[in-house]
Design a protein around this ligand. Structure first.
Ligand code: MIC
Ligand code: SF4
Length: 646
């Protein structure tokens, strides 16, 4: 039987386990990436492992998230990251060089390699034929130490693309269509592998847009073949030597095949407040727009921004619209400048920003109250923009540009102009001067690691008790994202200070949670979170496990969990328990006192667990499907405890 691309990538990197969907496998990681907001914690944990030098092929550290620098914290983090990179053999992309996923795609990603990144959109490099997976910082630290990365062997769906995108319809509309079909929940443990003759017309940056938002589907990752388009992109980046061919065998088998006819797609938008709340742009047309933000790791490549510039050439942003562009990388910005497109944007009234995450994570450019913001980014979760009552829509760069011109939601096909097709250049101007090289090993050992006062060692959990006593400290609903659990934006400057950051756990849902939880913890009791479907959607931030752990959370009971968050909970010694049937969610309420007798024994046996609700005087059953490795981590009270013991 023929093989899928995924199978070929896994086989070439398999360290443990069998390639059988659903079973746990360990794979060797060639490349790692971190960004500053997750990186400080990842490197503090790497340091705690006591290893002298990173052991994987390429370890990249990017500074792109926390660059606003109100207060000393961000700058101190940057200094720490720079010194740790130089000491341990990591290459560092300085603030201003670009968003990690865009820069990694341009300069470092290689077909047929594995990449593990402490950011959920690491999947972007799947566009190059990599197995590129987002994970928590601790898993990335372990991969840098040469340990395998463990994951559930994925089920592979083939997305078959036929035809060609019509003018004004773009890669963003393809992935929004897939989000309409598959939604943000229910796709855990799956990989989407793209194929079909429709791929021949999609450049690597367009494929990257699609692979990027596979994270919103909740996929393990997305994989594209490495073909002539890939070779063309790598050649344009002066990296032709990095190209190898990678394709699925014609008789490869998939769990499912989905056909998407590109010619039939129309401009789409994700309405507030979820990336799967899809409507057509035409049905939204006429809604007044206050802000348009173009950029983020989803849509900030040269061709996309040049297309926006062409649409806006000779026009001025509508007076109602605040128009922001964030180029994905310094390379994109430099090439736009040299080719004249930057001038088009400036004349149109753009507010150009540095090449960082910026608006996407509520780090800047929050909309006004009740503001309607059209963004080319990938997440429009409630409050993520930094403005609670903003209405954020996710759209393509073309749809965003049309709103800049008209001041209202406008289907770009109704602009009354020919589509300004911009080709990807045969070669980009390439300049890696913002990448800092590590010190040679013989000079590294004595280098000082610079730690500012905001940087604290990560707290550690204790081993799992024999019996767990706790209280339901909060009960939440479906699709709770890590942005709900651990807000980003203005709070993100405390990423390397867990004790302080923990003051904001569940801030948008219940600001009294941290104080209530700390009180229960200080009495020697445990906190338990009860949740609905798809708990932990969104980011890879392990702080969404680490900060609750610091506040004494020992278990989360949910109808279902998302992949990265489950791994993070286990890594920090919090048990993810699943209701045996969804209706049992109704048997628990905030304030209920719970007991899970003989929890250590139950975890080891893998049998369902009984929870006694002491307040209501009844019991219920929950399940916890774990590999042996995960059992050991939970019993030890977290992965760091276990690895250190080893
Ligand atoms: C995001 O888009 O939510 C982030 C910020 O990039 C996160 C990482 C983080 O929280 O630092 C992600 O996607 O993993
Ligand atoms: Fe940065 Fe936004 Fe991409 Fe996250 S999704 S890496 S915040 S640009």
């Amino acid at each position: 039987m023929g093989k899928t691309i995924t199978q070929k990538l896994i086989e070439a990197h398999l360290v443990s386990g069998r390639i059988e969907a659903g079973s746990e496998i360990g794979i060797r990681i060639d490349q790692t990436l971190t960004q500053d907001a997750t990186g400080t914690m990842a490197y503090l944990q790497f340091e705690a492992l006591g290893i002298d030098r990173v052991r994987n092929e390429l370890a990249m550290s990017y500074i792109d998230h926390n660059t606003i620098q109100i207060g000393f914290e961000n700058a101190d983090d940057h200094r720490y990251l720079q010194s740790v990179a130089r000491r341990y053999g990591i290459r560092l992309s300085r603030a201003g060089n670009g968003i990690c996923h865009q820069v990694h795609l341009e300069r470092f990603g290689k077909p047929a390699k594995t990449l593990l990144g402490s950011d959920s959109h690491t999947s972007t490099c799947g566009a190059l034929g990599m197995l590129a997976i987002g994970a928590g910082g601790l898993d990335v630290a372990l991969a840098m130490a040469g340990e395998p990365f463990f994951l559930t062997c994925p089920k592979v769906t083939r997305v078959n693309l036929t035809g060609k995108l019509p003018p004004w319809v773009s890669a963003k509309d393809v992935i929004l269509k897939l989000l309409e079909i598959f939604t943000t929940k229910g796709n855990v443990g799956h990989i989407f592998e793209y194929g079909g003759e429709g791929l021949e017309t999609l450049t690597v940056p367009e494929r990257a847009t699609i692979a990027n938002m596979g994270a919103e589907l909740g996929l393990t990752t997305s994989v594209f073949p490495s073909d002539t388009m890939t070779r063309r992109f790598l050649a344009a980046e002066a990296r032709q030597a990095d190209w190898v061919e990678l394709a699925a065998d014609p008789d490869a088998e998939y769990v499912k095949v989905v056909d998407i006819e590109l010619a039939e797609l129309v401009p789409l938008a994700a309405r507030p407040h979820s990336p799967d709340n899809i409507g057509t742009v035409r049905e939204l047309s006429g809604i007044p727009v206050d802000q348009v933000c173009i950029g983020s790791c989803t849509n900030s490549s040269y061709r996309e921004l040049a297309t926006v510039a062409r649409i806006l050439r000779g026009r001025i942003a509508h007076p109602r619209v605040s128009f922001i562009v964030t180029p994905g990388s310094r390379q994109v910005l430099e090439n736009l400048a040299r080719d004249g497109y930057l001038a088009d944007l400036l004349c149109a009234g753009v507010r150009i920003t540095e090449s960082t995450c910026g608006f996407c994570i509520g780090g800047s450019h929050s909309p006004g109250s009740k503001g309607v913001s059209l963004r080319t980014s990938n997440r429009n979760f409630y409050g993520r923009s930094g403005t609670e009552d903003a209405e954020v829509y996710l759209v393509s760069p073309e749809t965003a540009a049309a709103a800049v011109v008209k001041g209202v939601f406008t289907d770009p096909r109704d602009l009354g102009m020919d589509y300004p097709a911009v080709d990807m250049p045969e070669s980009f101007r390439v300049d890696d001067c913002m990448i800092l090289e590590p010190a040679p090993p013989e000079k590294a050992a004595d280098l000082e690691i610079v730690r500012g006062p905001n940087i604290g060692d990560p707290p550690q959990n204790g081993p799992m008790p024999e019996h767990l006593h706790g209280e339901v400290t909060i009960k939440v609903g479906d699709k709770i994202t890590t942005d709900h659990i651990m807000p980003a934006g203005a709070r993100m400057k405390y990423r390397s200070n867990i004790r302080r950051y923990a003051d904001f756990v569940f801030e948008g849902l219940d600001p009294t949670f941290p104080a209530r939880a700390a009180k229960i913890r200080d009495k020697g009791n445990h906190n338990i979170v009860v949740a609905g479907l798809s708990y932990g959607q969104g980011s890879s931030r392990e702080h969404a496990a680490l900060c609750p752990m610091y506040l004494g959370v020992k278990a989360v009971i949910a109808k279902s969990f998302e992949r990265i968050h489950t791994a993070n909970l286990i890594n920090f010694g919090i048990i993810p328990l699943v209701f045996e049937s969804d209706s049992e969610y109704n048997l628990l309420d905030q304030g209920d006192s719970l007991e899970i007798p003989e929890i250590r024994k139950a975890l080891q046996s893998g049998a369902p667990l009984t929870i006694r609700n002491l307040t209501k005087g009844r019991s219920l059953t929950v399940v916890c499907t774990l590999s042996e490795r995960q059992q050991r981590i939970l019993l030890a009270g977290g992965a760091l405890n276990m690895v250190k013991a080893k």
